[in-house]
Design a protein around this ligand. Structure first.
Ligand SMILES: [Zn+2]
Length: 258
């Protein structure tokens, strides 16, 4: 069995969480398409919840979905630089009460902070001190079993607001383009911008889930044809295409070293 990490061909007999990895750390790059298992492999844990405060290296992970019928009202603002993420409902209990009719809670029934509470307190701390922002990696589900890494964000604000008949949490996350003092894959983000879900789905359909250069269906990546940093848009499908890891890396090397 080969390692499940992107492009890694190391054969290993070690098995944990149902995945097999070579044990080498590899970082996802914004735009990478992956399966649920690959996503868990990147994070080193079985991701069961949408909000995961401070996992490996103290970096938090949130899962989102902007597909029609998605359970939470997440949205993208400022041309893909800002993500407004909705907090999560209380867990469903046996009493038939729909969690969507109840206020979202900052605490668990035991009195400890819920994921909403943990992220909320971290945002408040950041606004008060401006010391060490909370780092958050965002993954987005675009089809059943198919996820895209949307990049590394900082948590810059949080609040509660009324939504229909109830109160929900909102979290404001800012995509990191250029950071100082955050020694973490910042250069990998390539000053990019979030590609909206509908653009991703449109491109996936147009390119038939294959690399447009070689037809590979493995290790795919949503590639900006003209990079954002050179004026290319994230908002139109014409500037986005699917590339396999090999062709994406070949392109990146060309841009970096020419
Ligand atoms: Zn290819």
């Amino acid at each position: 069995m080969t390692c499940v990490r992107r492009g890694c061909l190391v054969v290993t007999l070690v098995q944990s969480l149902g995945t097999r990895t070579c044990g080498q750390v590899e970082l996802a790059r914004a735009g990478d398409v992956m399966s649920y298992l690959e996503m868990c492999s990147y994070e080193g844990v079985n991701l069961q919840k949408g909000m995961n405060f401070r996992l490996r290296n103290g970096v938090s992970v949130i899962l989102m979905s902007l597909r029609p019928g998605a359970p939470y009202a997440d949205r993208i603002e400022e041309g893909g630089r800002i993500l407004i993420y909705e907090g999560h409902d209380v867990p469903k209990r046996d009493n038939d009460i729909d969690p969507k009719t109840l206020d979202q809670q900052a605490k668990n029934p035991t009195g400890t902070l819920s994921q909403n509470g943990l992220f909320y307190e971290a945002a408040v701390r950041w606004k008060r001190t401006h010391v060490k922002p909370e780092l958050v990696k965002v993954y987005e589900k675009i089809r059943p079993g198919m996820w895209v890494y949307n990049g590394l964000f900082t948590l810059v604000d949080a609040w509660r607001e009324t939504s229909g008949e109830r109160r929900v949490f909102k979290f404001k996350l800012e995509l990191i383009g250029d950071v100082e003092d955050v020694n973490f894959e910042a250069s990998e983000i390539d000053h990019t911008r979030l590609i909206p879900a509908q653009v991703k789905m449109e491109v996936w359909k147009r390119d038939k889930g294959r690399c447009v250069l070689c037809g590979s269906t493995e290790n795919l990546h949503f590639d900006h044809i003209i990079p954002y940093s050179k004026g290319g848009s994230s908002l139109v499908g014409e500037n986005i295409r699917l590339l396999c890891a090999t062709h994406n890396l070949a392109k990146r090397d060309k841009i970096d070293y020419q």
